[in-house]
Design a binder for this molecule. Structure first.
Ligand code: ADP
Ligand code: MG
Length: 291
């Protein structure tokens, strides 16, 4: 391989808003046949808003929201901010102090609020804290369960929209003969609602960050050359496991460090997912030049 062609490739990438970390990344990108997308913050905007508040019997709506907002005020997930905002006019500074706060990527958060343990997150996270929950039926938004001292206070639904560039990116990948996969820690119902808007795509839902990495390993063991694109701390292990890890300039630092390529190109003020397609196409073209 001529160093010149590789330099031209990475230089052209920079022009396209694609930062490629080294020649090895270009070589990997050329062979990719499967592109795995994280859902929240990657295919979707990550700009969450609360769509519903559902207190359990005997619980006041304000009580549910306040408990959740107190803990989420300490968390960094996009869901957290949406819940703090939905708590109302009271600003974040007015929320109670949380002791022993702990966030678990891909699951949720918890902490002591006014002497009581408040747990916020998905069903798995509540189960880890010893609280059994039944997933509400046919809800395609992301469901956040809330418990206090082992008792369910209810659930809050949140949602964000697809990125404008998600459908074009997935469509163009398919046209190139690449296989798109949606991989998410969210519920199958929420994942299905997103997949429906994207056209044919394999869906793997309800997976922990460790299971995301294991899924990438399994695909590779099946002989597939896998690119993974993700934005979050919860994607870092999977990004490192992929033949090619693609991250977004707006993603978490931990994810960016785990990746080989970073997308910096913007469309209407947000990362342009079609840069993924350009990255793979560019790698193929560059390596052809070298031959
Ligand atoms: P994705 O894999 O789609 O990017 P994440 O791994 O970030 O999603 O999150 C997976 C799930 O974990 C979310 O859908 C949510 O149910 C739960 N979760 C993670 N962090 C929080 C939080 N701070 N508050 C509530 N729920 C959370
Ligand atoms: Mg994400």
């Amino acid at each position: 391989a001529t160093p010149t062609a590789l330099l031209v490739g990475t230089g052209r990438g920079a022009q396209l808003g694609i930062l490629i970390r080294g020649a090895a990344a270009l070589e990997s990108a050329r062979r990719i046949d499967t592109v795995v997308f994280d859902k929240t913050g990657t295919l979707t905007t990550g700009r969450m808003r609360v769509t519903g508040v559902h207190p359990a019997d005997g619980v006041r709506r304000e009580e549910l929201l306040r408990a959740a907002a107190a803990v989420e005020n300490y968390a960094e997930h996009p869901i957290a901010q949406a819940i703090v905002i939905a708590d109302g006019q009271r600003n974040a500074a007015g929320l109670p102090t949380v002791e022993r706060f702990q966030a678990t990527p891909g699951r949720g958060a918890l902490g002591m609020v006014d002497g009581a343990l408040v747990v916020v997150g998905n069903a798995r996270h509540l189960a880890d804290a010893g609280v059994g929950v039944v997933e509400p039926h046919a809800v395609t938004d992301t469901v956040v369960h809330v418990a206090r001292d082992g008792r369910l206070l209810g659930w809050i639904s949140v949602n964000d929209g697809l990125r404008d560039t998600a459908v074009p990116a997935v469509t163009r990948l398919r046209a190139l003969g690449l296989r798109p996969v949606l991989l998410t820690g969210d519920t199958p119902a929420a994942a299905g609602a997103v997949a429906e808007q994207l056209g044919p795509i394999e869906v793997i839902a309800g997976v922990s960050p460790e299971a995301k990495a294991a899924t990438i390993r399994e695909l590779r063991a099946d002989g597939r050359a896998v690119a993974m694109i993700g934005d979050g701390v919860n994607d870092a292990a999977a990004l490192a496991e992929a033949d090619l890890g693609i991250t977004m300039a707006t993603g978490s630092d931990i994810a960016i460090e785990a990746g080989d390529v970073t997308l910096v190109r913007a469309d209407a003020g947000t990362v342009d997912l079609t840069a993924t397609v350009d990255a793979l196409t560019l790698a193929r073209a560059t390596l052809r030049t070298i031959k």
